[in-house]
Design a protein around this ligand. Structure first.
Ligand SMILES: [Zn+2]
Length: 67
């Protein structure tokens, strides 16, 4: 299981929401963090790099869970 931690910048006005998790359905890849936008960026890169998939915002949001 590969876990990436999405850091958010306190100075950048990152929101302090609950921790969120993105899990790739095709391999053991997971992103955890509080900044939804950053998680979406990392998830989009992963899907493109590893699976050649162009993910829409809707697709990514559907896979992000609040823990
Ligand atoms: Zn994957």
């Amino acid at each position: 299981m590969e876990v990436i931690y999405a850091e958010f910048s306190l100075e950048g006005g990152g929101n302090m929401d609950k921790e969120k998790t993105f899990e790739c359905s095709d391999d053991d890849f997971m992103i955890r963090g509080h900044d939804k936008q950053e998680i979406m960026n990392l998830a989009r890169m992963h899907l493109k790099d590893k699976h050649g998939m162009e993910a829409s915002d809707e697709m990514l949001e559907a896979k992000i869970r609040e823990s």
